[in-house]
Design a binder for this molecule. Structure first.
Ligand SMILES: [Zn+2]
Length: 350
């Protein structure tokens, strides 16, 4: 949790505190004239130096501790400093920042590369041995799609708060606009007309369309992907490199068709534990700027809220893949079990 041990940190904190107040102490003793600006400068310089020193101490301690860990554990725990926004926000139903005790425990254990308790032995969707890695990729039962949709809905809700409901649409069509041939004539039956691709309503779709997020009368299409950066295909790359690669893939495919329609395109790629790609962060920053202006709150507070909301949505969606059932209602037996008498009461007539 990164809470410092007060016994080991007391001496250093006392020294820092004395240095922060050094100008004030000298002024009180009559050794020099008090200057508010000099007091602020002294305070800022000591805090700045202290932060650097602590960062170095934490880094060397982490290197020492992590020497014995395997690569996967080191990756997971290193990512933790980027994915902890949900730990710092007050849980309330009103603001949508609550987690159940099970969700909280599972997310907390996964954050430290520990296995959640009470996991099944076999996957209820495909029957193979259950593991976290399998739960995050098993497509049986539709939980992977549901995970994507839940993150999408959270982003839609935040965007709607920042704009207005009418300016947010889901599943916009990304149409490849055909280029008109310059020799095409007005006569549709002319043999001189070259074949022209007709835009189809069956084309690729983005996940969200935002109108006016960056500038007036300008639309942005968002395409979302939730990925496990520790999956076998990605575990030899840095987690941010995995997100960057997937952002690039989406941009290569969709940016030009969007630009052709005077729209911009943002790939919103996140990891299953809440790491957010560079372009996704820029979108969240923009949402926070608009919300801070609308709610008349400090930007830093609102940015923390927005990060925590997305973080929590990702954690809940990931938890769904780990704890959720992969047996759809359509596959459940609807036969009434008469033999043991259970359920008979439901069919009694008076
Ligand atoms: Zn499975």
């Amino acid at each position: 949790m990164a809470i410092p041990n007060p016994i080991t940190s007391a001496e250093t904190n006392y020294k820092d505190s004395t240095l922060v107040c050094s100008h004030l102490i000298r002024a009180l003793r009559g050794q020099e004239a008090f200057s508010p600006s000099k007091h602020r400068e002294t305070r800022a310089a000591v805090i700045f130096t202290g932060k650097d020193r602590k960062a170095e101490e934490y880094e060397s301690t982490f290197t020492e501790i992590s020497r014995e860990w395997d690569v996967l554990k080191k990756r997971t725990i290193t990512r933790g400093k980027e994915t902890g926004a949900w730990l710092t926000i007050l849980p309330t139903f009103v603001n949508g920042t609550e987690l159940s005790s099970y969700e909280w425990r599972d997310a907390f254990l996964l954050r430290y590369s520990l296995s959640p308790l009470g996991l099944p032995l076999k996957c209820d969707g495909c029957g193979v041995d259950f593991s976290i890695s399998h739960a995050l990729k098993c497509k049986t039962g539709g939980l992977i799609i549901l995970r994507h949709d839940e993150v999408t809905r959270e982003l839609i809700e935040l965007s709607t708060m920042a704009l207005r409901p009418a300016a947010v649409r889901d599943e916009p069509l990304i149409i490849t606009v055909p280029k008109q041939h310059p020799t095409r004539t007005n006569d549709p039956n002319s043999k001189n007309n070259p074949p022209v691709d007709i835009p189809s309503n069956d084309g690729d779709r983005g996940d969200i369309l935002l109108r006016g997020m960056w500038k007036n009368q300008h639309e942005t299409i968002i395409d979302i992907r939730v990925t496990d950066t520790d999956a076998n295909a990605h575990k030899h790359q840095h987690p941010y490199a995995v997100l960057k690669k997937q952002e690039k893939e989406k941009r290569t495919k969709y940016l030009q068709p969007c630009l052709d329609q005077r729209r911009s395109f943002i790939p919103f790629v996140v990891s299953t534990d809440g790491l957010i790609g560079r372009e996704g962060k820029s979108l969240l920053t923009r949402i926070a700027i608009r919300l801070a202006a609308k709610w008349e709150q400090p930007y830093s507070v609102v940015r923390g809220f927005v990060s925590a909301r997305i973080n929590l949505a990702i954690l809940r969606a990931t938890n769904l893949c780990i704890r959720g059932s992969r047996v759809p209602a359509s596959k459940m037996s609807k036969r009434v079990q008469w033999q043991d008498g259970a359920g008979l009461g439901l069919f009694e007539t008076v």
